[in-house]
Ligand binder design. Structure first.
Ligand code: NAP
Length: 282
């Protein structure tokens, strides 16, 4: 049976450490503060934002939530970001994506002060990740690296195959694996021979956004399988990009969905907010 890499268990340990550090920082007069902006009424976004706010409070941090109507203009959104950039109580600013279509996501990301960009989406932070000299790591790939470390899985010298090349998950994931000395292959919708490439992976990361896309015939015996996907199956049940039932017996370790990468993403957001707050002491 494969080792189950539980994001629930690992994120609980990470959060316990963060809560202790928050307590220590507060005694020095700094309370880490996170502002989360949500525009419109997308139900999935509301769930994510709700759990970010709850975790913030649970860890003793200061939290502000801005729920803006669908009719919000670019100017109004940018004015809010500007206000938060100048607010000393706020160390992290997160604008929940996707934004309604009439809003300019890139302009909003560009407007966030890079030192408060706890999602690490700003071009300045993306560049630093490329160079391996970073302040913040993007939360989902960072959470995956933390899970591997906690599970004593060292990517050094391994062949890591990442399916997906989004700016949020696939590309930074590939970069972090490279920094960890893995040999990395990035696959996408135009990749030929996807199955064969995946079958060569020692570590397979699926960030596709398609329910049960990775099947047993795509996985090498003994591989480590990381499932980033958050999809709904034919019965509306939350499921990953990996067909867990068929893949689990073949691999050495696997993350479940739910309870895998998801909880780690939020824990890493808290870590980034803490890192940003600590820097104000220097
Ligand atoms: P995305 O922006 O839609 O990217 C999906 C990637 O998969 C693209 O690069 C796409 O290739 C590739 N792809 C699509 N169909 C493919 C196919 N048939 N063969 C090979 N590659 C294919 O999605 P994302 O934002 O990276 O998210 C991926 C999944 O992770 C989603 O389910 C999302 O909900 C989930 N997610 C989870 C967390 C978490 O905390 N657990 C965080 C973020 C995202 P092209 O580039 O060629 O189109």
């Amino acid at each position: 049976m494969a080792q189950l890499i539980s994001g629930k268990v690992i994120s609980a340990a990470v959060k316990e450490r963060i809560a202790a550090e928050v307590e220590a920082l507060k005694s020095q007069g700094v309370t880490p503060g996170l502002a989360v902006i949500i525009v419109g009424t997308d139900p999935a976004s509301q769930v994510y934002v709700g759990s970010k706010e709850r975790t913030c409070i649970e860890l003793g941090m200061y939290s502000e939530k801005y729920e803006l109507p669908e009719s919000t203009t670019n100017e109004e959104l940018l004015a809010l970001v500007e206000k938060l950039n100048k607010d000393d109580k706020i160390h992290g600013i997160l604008c929940q994506l996707p934004l309604p279509r009439h809003l300019d996501e890139k302009a909003v990301i560009d407007a966030i002060d890079p030192s408060k960009d706890v999602d690490a989406f700003h071009v300045q932070n993306v560049g630093k990740i490329m160079l391996g000299d970073y302040d913040f790591l993007p939360c989902t790939p960072a959470g995956i690296m933390e899970m591997l470390k906690f599970s004593d899985i060292d990517p050094c010298g391994k062949h890591c195959v990442v399916i997906g090349r989004s700016n949020i998950v696939g590309k930074p994931m590939a970069m972090l694996m490279l920094h960890a000395n893995a040999t990395v292959t990035v696959c996408h919708s135009k990749t030929q021979n996807l199955k064969e490439i995946c079958r060569n992976a020692d570590i397979l990361v699926a960030a596709v956004g398609r329910a049960k896309f990775v099947t047993a015939d795509m996985v090498k015996d003994g591989a480590v399988v990381i499932d980033v996907g958050m999809n709904r199956d034919e019965n509306g049940k939350l499921c990953g990009d990996v067909d867990f039932a068929s893949v689990e017996p073949k691999c050495s370790a696997i993350t479940p969905v739910p309870g895998g990468v998801g909880p780690m993403t939020i824990a890493m957001l808290m870590q980034n907010t803490l890192t940003s707050a600590k820097r104000t002491l220097k």
